[in-house]
Design a protein around this ligand. Structure first.
Ligand code: HEM
Length: 435
């Protein structure tokens, strides 16, 4: 009751005071705050929106896009991408059409090839990081800057099709857009402008990549040996010609840049936070190390998604309630939400809802994936989930296959955000070459 007692003691007229307290608690001990909300006030109305914290209610919000839309960040996202995109829209006209197109371009069959690609790029990055550390007389390297960020960007280059765009460019520009659209809830004008400018740079870079690919013959009649990356597939595909449903090069540009925004920071952060959560739990780490050596990766992957349940990249996603709605109707949590309300679907909290998830505080790598919301849920769940399910676990696995590369003893949880919303540094030992 610690948080709610303090919150209720602040007069409702002091909205800034209540929101300030909420933010401070969320930052200092979000897990304890959310536990208290789930138990005492599962649908919690604040001046910063309504926090929905229990699994069935989060599912309801995220599966009802005609009531709960992505209107909170949709306009900012399309301004940054300089055009329409599925995560900014709801409904048949654009969301379901572009999402269906994306699903064809990012199919389940990519799981194996993308996993092998990630393994190759990750091993190469680890070899380099260890070698550079030795040459420079260091015993450690930075797992974010020298491993996770460049590996994610190199996979984006080869799999998504960014060609020779430098990995640093892909990483820093996508970080500015991601921050402006999804982190900058107050819409700070400077952060927003920086994101929009970064989006324009990405748009223009991709326009150049597409023009070069077209000039080289990319299109429906491309040679059989044309690159089978995601951009190549989009350039080759014509959907229902003459119906206005095909995507021209400008729309393909928005799709590709949108994928990068949905992917680059997520993959980078997930790789290091999964590692952090695993190495902080000796039993989980031992299990993960054993599973990493198995040919069938299912058990290993279970360790990674369970680790991410404790630290997801997207803990909560906001939705705009556009019609009056009775949430959790017929339950003790039943709440009437008015049109215009901002609703925070708190996925990180839902994954700890003990009325649905058995023994949620315990690390269990064999949990059903049904209740894992790390890749979102419902109408806008991650359309890149098949490649994501290969890339993230494999980035973690390649590290754990090298016993000499581990976070520093005592520094297992020492992710350094360097004053930004994203992990920037994580020191690991540089003690081993490829096994
Ligand atoms: C690497 C780890 C990844 C994580 C943790 C992740 C996470 C998520 C989450 C949580 C959402 C839901 C957002 C919301 O409801 O507001 C989402 C949506 C989305 N993701 Fe991912 N994602 C990953 C990889 C990817 C990849 C590889 C792609 C594409 C290549 C991608 C493209 C998208 C798109 C386009 C959406 C919006 C779908 C829609 O609006 O219907 N993501 N992702």
């Amino acid at each position: 009751m610690e948080f709610l007692a303090a919150y209720d003691a602040i007069p409702p007229t002091d909205a800034a005071g209540r929101v300030g307290l909420l933010r401070r608690h969320m930052k200092s001990d979000g897990a304890a705050l959310l536990r208290e909300l789930r138990e005492e006030r599962p649908v919690f109305a604040t001046p910063a929106g309504v926090f929905v914290t229990r699994m069935p209610d989060v599912m309801e919000v995220l599966s009802t896009p005609d009531v709960f839309t992505v209107g909170v960040y949709g306009a900012a996202l399309e301004e940054a991408l300089h055009g329409p995109f599925m995560l900014a829209r709801d409904g048949a006209d654009l969301h379901w059409h572009d999402r269906a197109h994306a699903q064809l371009m990012l199919p389940a069959e990519d799981f194996g090839p993308v996993r092998r690609l990630t393994a190759r790029i990750a091993d190469d990055a680890l070899d380099r990081a260890v070698a550079v550390a030795r040459i420079e007389g260091r015993t450690t390297f930075d797992c974010v800057q020298q491993y996770a960020a460049p590996v994610a960007a190199r996979v984006a280059r080869e799999y998504l099709g960014f060609g020779d765009v430098p990995e640093e460019t892909l990483h820093t520009l996508s970080q500015r857009v991601q921050r402006a659209v999804f982190v900058n809830q107050e819409r700070d004008p400077e952060v927003h402008a920086s994101g929009v400018a970064a989006g324009k740079e990405l748009h223009d870079i991709v326009a150049g990549v597409i023009a070069r690919r077209r000039a080289g013959g990319a299109g429906p009649d491309a040679a059989d040996d044309a690159p089978d990356d995601v951009l190549g597939r989009m350039l080759r595909t014509t959907l229902a010609p003459g119906t206005g449903r095909e995507l021209d090069d400008e729309r393909i540009n928005h799709q590709l840049v949108g994928y990068l925004i949905g992917y680059q920071q997520n993959a980078t952060q997930c790789a290091v936070t999964a590692l952090k959560e695993l190495v902080s739990r000796p039993d989980a780490l031992a299990g993960a190390e054993r599973a990493a050596a198995e040919e069938d990766t299912a058990s290993f992957d279970g360790h990674v998604w369970e680790a991410l349940r404790f630290h997801p990249f997207v803990p909560s996603t906001p939705r705009l309630c556009v019609r009056d709605h009775l949430l959790a109707a017929g339950t003790s949590r039943e709440t009437r939400l008015a049109a215009g309300t901002v609703v925070h679907a708190h996925m990180a909290s839902a994954m700890f809802d003990g009325t649905v998830v058995e023994d949620p505080e315990t690390f269990r790598p064999d949990r059903t994936p049904v209740h894992n919301m790390v890749l979102g849920y419902g109408a806008h769940d991650c359309v890149g989930k098949y490649p994501a399910r290969a890339i993230v676990p494999e980035m973690v696995r390649r590290v754990l296959l090298r016993p000499g590369v581990r976070p520093l003893p005592g520094g297992e949880r020492a992710l350094d955000y360097a004053g930004t919303p994203y992990p920037q540094h994580y020191t690991v030992t540089a003690g081993a070459t490829a096994s």
